[in-house]
Design a protein around this ligand. Structure first.
Ligand code: ADP
Ligand code: MG
Length: 376
């Protein structure tokens, strides 16, 4: 029996609204927004890696401003102490010869956490961090292992951990089920928006409680997989193995939940092959070349709409960058290419990013025509 989602799902509507609001304020961060919201629904940790100043903190802070519950944010340096992450040792307890930390306001009590420069963690805090992120438990020092409320940890870093990094750092890297490189703004229009908008902070009309996040997770986990999507995932894993990419069993298993979460975010009532788009951020181990290969394999096997949109937008930028509007023949050729890209976009269905892409393309086409008219 196919499980059909109720007609109205207020929590899912909130996710859809936040998705729109975040990606319209942040420039060229649609995929990162999708990734962060998917992580939230899937209860998996997410890592963004990119050069300083490319909007990682703005996105992750905005996400955590949207969620209610207790939050914890920290910028790690190699001098960060366990006190700063887990709280100071209780002096009252010490007087009774007990060693326990007071964890109020710190990571062990957080529903949602943002760890900036996460790979700067010293070994003094790595072990605790690993336990909290992976097993979601913490021992304050009294030998009692307690469950932590953590639902999502978002991490940011300027660079990937180096391949010869220690075992603990690699383990931390592996704890992030979703991982993505963030690139600087590419498009001309994006650059203008960056320069001439004084405040890029997203304004979110709603907030979401930990209980609602939990409800979203349950609904997402109950979404059935279509036969096509199941088969596509299995094919993707086989194709990746041929390319020498073999994500571990835990990673493969977790990917299933992540794809369901993305399907939920897209408002679908079953998982379709196109929702496998998000798996490109899960199904690899080595950041050097594997993410691109994983994306290619997924695009080939599952042909997700979102990946086609991204590809077509890249082509759009190339056409615009390579066009001299003063040369009429050149401008006409570029306009024809843009119109062809629009036809391809028009043939796609059902992705939140599609409408925005078409509006953008129409706008570029209009500008191109105006510029070439002015030039003559
Ligand atoms: N893609 C973007 N969209 C909107 N604003 C951006 C973007 N990239 C950079 N900015 C601007 O630059 C500022 C610095 O970005 P920030 O999030 O602190 O970068 P990071 O954490 O990646 O180092 C932001 O507050 C914002 O004003
Ligand atoms: Mg930052």
């Amino acid at each position: 029996m196919k499980l059909v989602r109720p007609e109205s799902d207020p929590v899912c509507d909130k996710f859809a609204a936040a998705r729109k609001e975040l990606s319209s304020a942040l420039i060229e961060r649609d995929e990162e927004v999708d990734l962060a919201l998917t992580a939230l629904v899937a209860h998996e940790h997410v890592l963004l890696v990119g050069p300083p100043g490319c909007g990682k903190s703005l996105l992750l802070d905005s996400l955590l401003a949207w969620t209610g519950g207790t939050k914890f944010s920290i910028l790690l340096t190699k001098f960060t102490t366990p006190e700063e992450v887990c709280g100071p040792v209780s002096l009252a307890a010490l007087k009774e010869d007990r060693y326990v930390r007071v964890t109020a306001g710190k990571l062990p009590e957080a529903d949602f956490a943002f760890v900036d420069e996460c790979f700067k963690a010293s070994s003094a805090i790595l072990n605790t961090l690993l336990k909290i992120l992976n097993e979601r438990v913490y021992d304050a020092g009294d030998g009692v292992v307690r469950k932590v409320p953590l639902k999502l940890c978002v991490g940011a870093s300027n660079e990937w951990p180096s391949p010869d990094t220690g075992k603990e750092l690699s383990a931390l890297f592996d704890r992030f089920t979703l991982r993505r490189a963030v690139a600087p703004i590419r498009s001309q229009a994006g650059r203008q928006k960056l320069l001439w908008t004084r405040d890029h902070t997203p304004r979110l009309a709603t907030t979401i409680t930990p209980a609602e996040v939990e409800a979203a997770r349950r609904t997402a986990l109950a979404l059935p997989w279509s036969a096509g999507a199941k088969e596509a995932l299995e094919t993707i894993l086989r194709e990746l193995a041929k390319e020498g990419i073999q994500p571990g069993d835990r990673r493969q298993f977790k990917t299933v939940g992540v794809v369901q979460a993305f399907a939920y975010l897209c408002g679908a009532d079953e998982v379709l092959p196109e929702h496998l788009e998000v798996a490109q951020h899960c199904l690899w181990e080595d950041p050097a070349e594997q993410p691109q290969k994983a994306a290619q394999v997924i695009a080939k096997v599952a042909n997700p709409v979102g990946m086609r949109v991204t590809q077509l937008l890249l082509e759009t930028e190339q056409v615009i960058a390579g066009c001299d509007v003063r040369n009429l023949a050149d401008a006409a050729k570029a306009a024809a290419k843009l119109a062809e890209i629009d036809r391809q976009l028009a043939g796609l269905r059902g992705n939140g990013r599609l409408e925005k892409a078409r509006a953008y393309l129409k706008d570029q086409l209009r500008k191109l025509k105006l510029a070439s008219i002015e030039a003559v």
